[in-house]
Design a protein around this ligand. Structure first.
Ligand code: SAM
Length: 324
């Protein structure tokens, strides 16, 4: 049993029912600090401004038996700042498989462990997935301690649609693979969120403009830090702005891109269906029946059968009129 844990503390039992007693007003009491023995805590840390750490994150980090960190030297500075003296061990991409096994064994023995990354929420473009997957498979308790995440922080201030969005992490480093990846997202109507490094920000924005056209986008640079800059413009404007001011190339970036305009997308699909129907009914296969041509076009475009059928009838009529 862990020396640091507080077994009597009814903090959380997320294995199923919440066993805390509701107050007379029906609300659950505030979660108390303290840790459960054998629990794995996934603790979000600041993405720049140290004041963004939560009280609960600090308390958990100070109380667990062990902290697993992506880069122990980097995290030592954060822990030192908050006078946290908990032992620390590394868990990064290169030792995650081996380290996860060891950590699971410690957790199974009753130790409480907090996982942190260099910045923000662990597992979000950061190590930890294998550990959490294995801990869950082993039936261990995993408790998330929410906090900063660069993607969500940028999205909250971007002024682009937030009702539906997708997170794509870092685009591939090489332009060829990046363009291919972007092409797969061309018809995506949800807002797109990317992480990007300062070495590739310009090249990446240029590839986005090539594939997505001159869409509205937002660059969120150095958020919560001294040189925080959040700029919204068309992709061409953002590229020009960075090219004209070298300083804008420095630091860490989130790029948020408006999703495809669904009305424009539909118009393009209709145009494509018309071209295909013409090819099938007029140019390639005059012998192809109307319904065969419709089925093919529905399959190729994903448009509704009724809609394609109406278009085909119109083209069929035009063909008949042309014969008269
Ligand atoms: N786990 C982190 C999170 O929750 O956001 C992300 C880790 S990922 C390795 C680091 C990337 O996140 C950076 O290259 C950058 O794209 C983005 N990022 C992190 N901090 C940022 C900040 N303060 N401003 C802008 N982007 C940031």
């Amino acid at each position: 049993m862990s020396k640091r844990s507080i077994p009597d503390n009814p903090e959380i039992d997320n294995s199923g029912a919440d066993k805390r007693e509701p107050t007379p007003s029906g609300e659950l009491p505030e979660v108390l600090p303290g840790v459960l023995p054998g629990a794995l805590y996934i603790v979000a840390t600041p993405i720049g401004n140290l004041s963004d750490i939560s009280d609960r994150a600090r308390s958990i980090l100070a109380t667990v038996d062990l902290i697993a960190a992506e880069d122990t030297r980097h995290s030592a500075k954060l822990l030192h700042h908050f006078s946290i003296k908990t032992p620390i061990i590394s868990l990064h991409d290169f030792n995650e498989a081996d380290r996860s096994r060891k950590l699971i064994s410690k957790l199974s023995g009753g130790d409480s462990i907090a996982l942190i990354s260099d910045a923000g929420t662990p597992l979000i473009s950061d190590p930890g997935y294998l550990l959490v997957k294995q801990a869950r498979a082993a039936g261990l308790t995993i408790i998330p301690i929410p906090g900063p995440c660069a993607a969500i922080t940028a999205l909250s201030a971007a002024g682009l649609a937030t009702d539906r969005f997708i997170f794509e992490g870092f685009p591939p480093a090489k332009s060829g693979a990046r363009l291919t990846g972007f092409r797969k997202l061309r018809s995506e109507t949800r807002t797109l969120i990317f992480y990007e490094s300062n070495h590739r920000i310009l090249a990446s924005l240029a590839d986005m403009a090539t594939v997505f056209g001159d869409r509205q986008a937002v660059i969120a640079r150095e958020m919560t830090k001294r040189f925080e800059t959040i700029k919204s413009d068309k992709l061409s404007g953002l590229i020009q702005w960075i090219e004209q001011d070298e300083k804008q190339k420095l630091g860490e970036f989130v790029v948020i891109l408006a999703g495809a305009d669904s009305a424009m997308l539909q118009a393009a699909e209709i145009e494509q269906a018309q071209v295909l129907l013409n090819k099938f009914l007029v140019e390639i296969s005059p012998g192809l029946s109307l319904s065969q041509a419709v089925s093919l076009v529905v399959e190729l475009t994903g448009l509704k059968k009724n809609q394609v059928y109406d278009m085909a009838l119109k083209i069929g009529k035009e063909i008949e009129q042309g014969k008269d």
